[in-house]
Ligand binder design. Sequence first.
Ligand code: ATP
Ligand code: MG
Length: 368
Amino acid sequence: MIITHYGEIFTKGQNRCFFQKKLADNIKKASLAKPKLVSQRFVLDAGDEYLAPVSRVFGVTSCSLAEECSPELEEIKEKSLEVAKKMRQPLKVKASRSDKRFPLNSTELARAVAEFLDNNGVELSVKQPESFLEIEVLKDKAFVCYNRLEGVGGLPVGCAGKIVTLLSGGIDSPVASWLLAKRGAKNVFVHFHPFKPGHEKTGKIERIVKYLYPSTLSKKVYLVPFDVFTIASLPLPSRYVLPLFRRFMLRVAEKIAEKEGAKAIGTGESLSQVASQTLDNIAAIQPASSIPVLRPLLAYDKREIIALAEKIGTYELSLEKYNDCCHALLSKNPATACSKDFLEKLEKELPEDLVERTLKETKIMVVD
Ligand code: ATP
Ligand code: MG
């Protein structure tokens, strides 16, 4: 079986049951097994192939393989020997007891089991162990745990509600969506593309969403064509097309959020990274949306974002070639200090039904 521990949920007071239930649902999706709550940990009947997927479920702080026995010293010793034979050696024994009526304290228990293992040919090392055998004594049972993996932490996806996340083919936005999911948000992805309806070549987006699924549990992507915007913006001064496009993305995203019951928009923006992300431009673009825009990477350097993308595993996928940007939107000299009023004035020259027409051409992709 697998034993799963969680962390921040302990601080949730009266709402703890809600968080525990969400976590149980999400662990079930990752392991296909029904988790049972046993003294503040989840126990699931699943094999070692599910250990790594469970460790990536947000809310999980650690998980281990485990075998159960009764909370009697002799039984614990025998079970530990059985388990130790499967483990890399030398190993170190650790113990904890949540039932303080157990006659030995944690240190004494660890020592007693280690002595027994030593007498039965198991190699031990306190200073340089290859693995840990961990005993957890509860009221009516004990677990002998091994192969512990650190979990990703955070809070269970879904407990913070929904966020419409702008997902490009770049490095930043997959990382941003992962961070939002880590704090319990369910991402509904929105991707803007330059392809004709029916001819979307969005395989890269599909691969990113699919790769992220075990963490984000999100598979819905709104594929929004921006050809209507491109054509409508041709007569406008090219320096302002990009900030106007970003306002257009927010206006579309807000409509999708309304439909989805999402309370915010997420992006992979980072302060001063490119022209559209200067503080002036962020301030001029943001008012296009009446709901909050959340930018989990705002204060991250590109180097830090890349390191995180590598850790999450999306970096290689993000490097795949993808023609997601229409050249008509790119100016050699984009404005770095737009004013909201000026952008709003220019926006009046775009068709009034721009967002509506775009939404009509929008498709929903559900990644399998
Ligand atoms: P990178 O900076 O690694 O090239 P990026 O995805 O961050 O990739 P930016 O041009 O910095 O690209 O865009 C800032 C943010 O705007 C993105 O993180 C994303 O949230 C959103 N965005 C950009 N292009 C698109 C798009 N085609 N569809 C949806 N969202 C987009
Ligand atoms: Mg970026």
